[in-house]
Write a protein that binds this ligand. Structure first.
Ligand code: CAO
Length: 565
């Protein structure tokens, strides 16, 4: 077996594009043309296939890296006789390949995203929209029609999805306006120049057909109103406050990917929807945007039982089944003064969707308490002095992690997750901790905290926090948590309400410790108190149990010898 480097092929105008998914891992056996990574520009995403078959030796890219033609993706122990050509077809199918049911069967690399030819024609009369030059795609089947007569179409909005045996892509509109006539339907075969639709009253002066079409997924990802009425897409409401969230990468773990177009995948990512759990209603089980929306609605509405209860409830305006929220206020902020618009980071978008789901779906209650850490803090300070040379700094969080393990052992329902009508009790003690990074919040998980001493916990926490800040956490670093801790103690605050990191059932928030007068029965004495804010899922945990958990945690922190009991 020869060791070959698999490189990014000629991907047209795609230059310095971000890797947003890594679809394989070291040790995987890949077929020639199997997709290895997904890259994304501001216009489209596409999968990069392997030019050879073999076993992945070493991955050379990770999520967030920027790649261009020639960048090495991975090294491969190539199968005998396999091609080691670094770059397959120089100009393959346009737009991203959302591989069909054999995702390995050839997600062809895509050339340039459509840089629409400019043709400022603010025509008010009928405008014909035709299939642009779609490279090697010939006689391809229309598998989705994304618009209907009467819709207001924005220039570059996707109109139809076509699919060959190699890849699928969305065809954007070359102009804006009102859709008067649709000239294609699902099942039709189209070629370059085929008439798709007739528009009227061109809204935006844009272009004649793009020379090399791509999937302008932003259009669909942001769900034009005509396609996704507000009440149909509750989860697309802007996210709640940034609090610990699931690993964004967790939704992109390697494995067989669902059959969906790039824009639908992006849409799902933005909502934090695990596509693998969505049932596709399109041809060959293809997942459509509507499927993702229905999934989100179902999740937000809770399980069947909850829905039934909600239906019986004496009803708010909406009947209680869903979130019949007002549309998000649309404000022209520039009217009030200078403004600057900045896109949310990827982590923020994904964690926002997770937080929103968790906040809406889990009935949160927060129990606030205080732990007397006067003696523990003195011990921490002396430990740090003794260990000055080791380079490992012990913070209060390490002691809290170990104390939380003791509390989880005493109150096992806090180390559990809901699975339908059952509660899954975990027999491991993996503690997640929210880490602030320049790109947003992530929650690395410190594994087997019950088997580690304070120094080892401190050291591993430091390593994980550094990895988080450097954007180097892998999916495995952020999975499998028993409970999470969100510590704002180094910053300030007295108490807060952390949002539970589903499917966990509780999260502990730590605020800044402060010296306060405490009555000891005879007099006020100065004691160092650490605020504990325990948010719990009230479906699983009763208020009394939460108060006991927090009180016990306080006792352990006040007298650490209790851990031994
Ligand atoms: N009270 C008072 N001081 C505290 C404290 C507390 N509860 N917790 C930590 N501190 C002190 C530390 O002792 C340290 O002091 P020195 O600099 O004098 O040594 C300082 O605050 C900074 O600590 P740290 O933040 O470096 O270390 P940590 O172990 O407490 O936290 C980590 C590590 C990764 C959790 C943290 O750096 C971080 O990212 N925190 C933010 C997490 C966050 O954003 N949570 C909110 C999510 S929304 O729910």
């Amino acid at each position: 077996m020869a060791l070959v480097e698999i490189k990014v092929p000629d991907i047209g105008d795609f230059d310095e594009v971000a890797v947003i998914e890594v679809l394989v891992k070291a040790g995987d056996t890949v077929r020639a043309e199997q997709s290895l990574i997904t890259v994304e520009s501001d216009k489209a995403s596409m999968e990069i296939p392997s030019s050879a078959a073999g076993v992945v030796k070493e991955l050379k890219v990770k999520i967030g890296d920027k790649v261009s033609e020639g960048s090495v993706i991975l090294t491969l122990e190539a199968e005998a006789g396999a091609s080691s050509a670094p770059a397959p077809a120089p100009a393959a199918a346009p737009a991203s390949a959302a591989a069909g049911e054999g995702r390995g069967e050839g997600a062809a690399p895509a050339p340039a995203p459509a840089a629409p030819a400019s043709a400022p024609a603010a025509a008010a009369g009928p405008v014909e929209v035709r299939v642009p030059d779609i490279g090697d795609f010939k006689d391809v089947a229309v598998i989705e029609v994304l618009v209907k007569p009467g819709d207001t179409i924005a220039a570059e909005q996707s109109l139809i999805t076509v699919e060959s045996d190699k890849a699928s892509m969305e065809i954007p509109s070359s102009a804006g306006g009102t859709l008067k006539q649709l000239k294609v339907q699902v099942g039709d075969k189209v070629n370059i120049g085929a008439l798709i639709a007739v528009l009227e009253g061109s809204a935006a002066a844009t272009p004649s057909p793009a020379p090399a079409a791509a999937s302008p997924e932003e259009d669909r990802a942001t769900a034009p109103a005509s396609q996704a009425p507000q009440k149909d897409a509750p989860a697309s409401t802007p996210a709640a406050t940034p609090l610990p969230a699931h690993d964004p990468a967790a939704t992109h773990t390697p494995g067989p990917l669902p059959h969906a177009s790039p824009s639908v995948r992006k849409f799902a990512r933005e909502l934090g929807v695990p596509l693998a759990e969505v049932k596709g209603s399109g041809p060959k089980g293809r997942i459509t945007q509507a499927d993702v929306q229905s999934f989100t609605r179902a999740v937000l509405a809770g399980d069947a039982q909850t829905k039934a209860q909600a239906a019986k409830a004496p009803a708010a305006k909406s009947g209680g089944g869903g979130l019949d929220l007002l549309p998000w206020p649309k404000v022209d902020f520039a009217k009030f003064g200078p403004v600057e618009r900045k896109e949310l980071s990827r982590i923020k978008k994904i964690s926002g969707a997770n937080l929103h789901r968790n906040w809406v779906q889990i009935p949160h209650v927060t129990n606030n308490d205080e732990a007397d850490i006067t003696e523990l803090e003195a011990f921490r300070v002396s430990t740090n002095k003794e260990n000055e040379k080791s380079g490992v700094k012990v913070t209060m969080l390490a002691f809290v992690i170990r104390a939380v393990v003791a509390a989880l052992k005493k109150f096992p329902e806090f180390n559990a997750s809901l699975d339908g009508d059952a509660l899954v009790y975990k027999q491991y003690f993996h503690i997640g901790f929210a880490a602030d990074t320049p790109n947003g919040l992530v929650v690395p998980v410190l594994k087997d905290a019950d088997r580690k001493g304070i120094l080892q916990i401190s050291q591993e926490m430091g390593e994980l926090a550094k990895k988080a800040r450097d954007g180097k956490l892998g999916a495995a670093d952020m999975q499998g948590g028993s409970i999470s801790i969100s510590s704002l103690g180094g910053i300030g605050g007295t108490h807060f309400t952390p949002i539970i990191n589903a499917p966990e059932v509780a999260i502990l928030g730590l605020s800044k410790s402060a010296t306060k007068p405490v009555w000891d029965g005879k007099q006020f004495v100065p004691r160092l108190l650490l605020p504990l804010s325990l948010s719990y899922d009230h479906r699983v945990i009763d208020g009394a149990a939460a108060a006991r958990f927090n009180a016990y945690l306080g006792q352990v922190l006040a007298d650490y010898r209790r851990i031994l009991l």
